[in-house]
Design a protein around this ligand. Structure first.
Ligand SMILES: C[S@@+](CC[C@H](N)C(=O)[O-])C[C@H]1O[C@@H](n2cnc3c(N)ncnc32)[C@H](O)[C@@H]1O
Length: 253
């Protein structure tokens, strides 16, 4: 399965995505402000790979003037339904449909990995103002929580993808893997949890790209078995999901 098919797979399940995906903790936005050395209030922000607008909504709550950039039709349509008064433009991170030196902050919430960093890094630098910053982050797996670790391994096995390494990259590897070597970059990891229904937990795991590209009956079979396993662990069908948000903020030299 190509990277491009997975990058576009979200479009097939935009409703499920909006229903199941985790948000981001307030501390993440505090660190973005600290590392970007400016308040989000009044900042001109482009949220790229905005999807259904989960991060966009939080940036706006902090007072940012935010615009979404999203390549997928269905994701952009969900964005528009959920955030009707926030502009969303069609485009991707490799060729941003934004003017030179027009933004204080460019954000990528769980979407930087779909870009070609040989193109998306220069594009971000083109669109940012002189004192602007690029913030990228991911909700990563809390491998020290046994049920989360085991579920991660089951999903990887079922979808035929390599499980994520349980050893987190050190700062220099994380910066290199993100294609940001040579720029000043600050990194912070923020642990957080959310409590959700069992149905939301299942909608969350089935909205992941490795899962979205599977055949329908294959997905159904996995979800049925997973529901049974989780019911044994969480008989009241209330699940605590834990994440570690991995944040990188790059500024100019
Ligand atoms: C995992 S979703 C993240 C959505 C949203 N930012 C969030 O926090 O929920 C990844 C998003 O990246 C988008 N995407 C795929 N390829 C992209 C690219 N080359 N540049 C920017 N976004 C891309 C997908 O359409 C999808 O909406």
């Amino acid at each position: 399965m190509s990277v491009s098919s997975r990058a576009h797979s979200f479009n097939t399940a935009a409703d499920q995505y909006a229903a199941g995906r985790p948000s981001y903790p307030p501390a993440l936005f505090d660190f973005i402000e600290q590392f970007a050395n400016r308040s989000l209030a009044g900042a001109r922000v482009a949220d790229v790979g905005a999807g259904t607008g989960i991060a966009t909504a939080l940036l706006r709550e902090r007072g940012a003037h935010v615009i979404g950039v999203e390549p997928g039709d269905a994701m952009a349509a969900q964005f528009h339904t959920l955030l009707p008064d926030v502009p969303v433009v069609r485009g991707d991170g490799n060729a941003l449909p934004l003017a030179d030196a027009s933004h204080d902050l460019i954000t990528y919430a769980q979407s930087w990995q779909w870009t070609d960093t040989n193109r998306s890094v220069p594009e971000a630098l083109r669109v940012l103002r002189a004192d602007g910053a690029l913030a990228i982050w991911w909700n990563t797996t809390a491998f020290d929580v046994p049920w989360i670790r085991e579920q991660h391994q089951r999903i990887a096995r079922h979808c035929g993808v390599k499980p994520t390494s349980q050893t987190r990259p050190d700062d220099s590897d994380a910066i290199r893997l993100a294609g940001l070597s040579g720029l000043p970059v600050a990194r912070r990891q923020v642990r957080w949890s959310r409590t959700v229904s069992l149905d939301t937990q299942l909608a969350n795991i089935t909205s992941r790209s490795a899962f979205l590209v599977l055949a329908e009956d294959d997905k159904r079979a996995f979800v049925g078995e997973e529901r049974g396993r989780l019911r044994e662990l969480f008989p009241d069908e209330v699940v605590e999901e834990t994440y570690v948000v991995d944040l990188l903020v790059a500024t100019r030299l």
